[in-house]
Design a protein around this ligand. Structure first.
Ligand code: 0WD
Length: 254
């Protein structure tokens, strides 16, 4: 407790109480951070508002990363409210689930571009806006998956997107490093969330991890939240451009 005291940050990607972003939000709030959450569209607003009030978090409004005006509005709100922020969590990804099954070779141009825009470009778009109000340095964290490094069945276009996301972490780390802003990723083991339910044979992937990961188990959103605290707090003050695996060790054997 107290690790995040005096720190203020925004977390994007809470869809419900199973979201990885929610595990991170709870951990940050427990450690004393002041939080703002965003929601994507009216349907999620009803989900996010009660969750935000559970943590005493501010709701910074609707944010769809394909709509630059909605991102501008969120950052204007944060600047007006707090003057500056200390951290940002990007827990957003999207792909048409029709393409998270079958063969990557059949990926469509339209879904490829949409997947890249929402899951990759958005990190740079948000980092640019965050940089403008991270006056005393800061920490930016995104979520990635092992499918960026190795071919995972059905992950397809999302694996290609995560590879680009991990490269983005490194380029952004250099761009923002001079201002004391760190940019890192957590590569989380598979967790049954809304987004994961779109991936073909996801239960098989969970079982496979359970049997093969060194710790012989999968991971929880609370455990990802605990590790996120390290990357968001000053404990990791000299860490940037890093992809940190929180996957029961699966990447060492997979
Ligand atoms: O196994 C897993 N669940 C893993 C997820 C393993 C490793 C990494 N990840 C990543 C995901 O790829 C994603 O980047 O973690 C991040 C968070 O995903 P999640 O917690 O698994 O999924 P979910 O609870 O569905 O949250 C993702 C949210 C969206 O939810 P839905 O399911 O409604 O698409 O991303 C948000 C949205 O709230 N999102 C957007 N936010 C703003 N603008 C947009 C958008 N255009 N599209 C999706």
């Amino acid at each position: 407790a107290g690790l995040m005291k005096g720190k203020r940050g925004v977390i994007l990607g809470v869809a419900n109480n199973r979201s990885i972003a929610w595990g991170i939000a709870k951990a940050c709030a427990d450690a004393g951070a002041e939080l703002a959450l965003t929601y994507q569209g009216e349907a999620l607003k009803k989900r996010v508002e009660p969750l935000a009030s559970e943590l005493g978090a501010h709701v910074a409004g609707h944010c769809d990363v394909t709509d630059p005006a909605s991102m501008d509005a969120v950052f204007a709100d944060l600047e007006e409210r707090w003057g500056k922020i200390d951290f940002l969590v990007h827990a957003i990804a999207f792909s048409d689930k029709e393409e998270l099954t079958g063969r990557f070779v059949n990926t469509t141009r339209e879904n490829f571009c949409r997947t890249m825009e929402i899951s990759v470009y958005s990190l740079a778009a948000l980092a640019r806006r965050a940089e403008a109000i991270m006056n005393d340095g800061g920490s930016i964290l995104t979520l990635t998956y092992y499918g960026a490094e190795k071919v995972m069945p059905h992950y397809n276009v999302m694996g290609v997107a995560k590879a680009a996301l991990e490269a983005s972490v490194r380029y952004l780390a250099v761009d923002l490093g001079g201002r004391g802003i760190r940019v890192n990723a957590i590569s989380a083991g598979p967790i049954k969330t809304l987004a994961a339910s779109g991936i073909g044979d996801f239960r098989y992937i969970l079982k496979w991890n359970e049997y093969n990961a060194p710790l012989k188990r999968t991971v929880t959103t609370d455990e990802v939240g605990a590790s996120a605290l390290y990357l968001l707090s000053d404990l990791s003050v000299a860490v940037t451009g890093e992809v940190h695996h929180v996957d029961s060790g699966y990447h060492t054997v997979g």
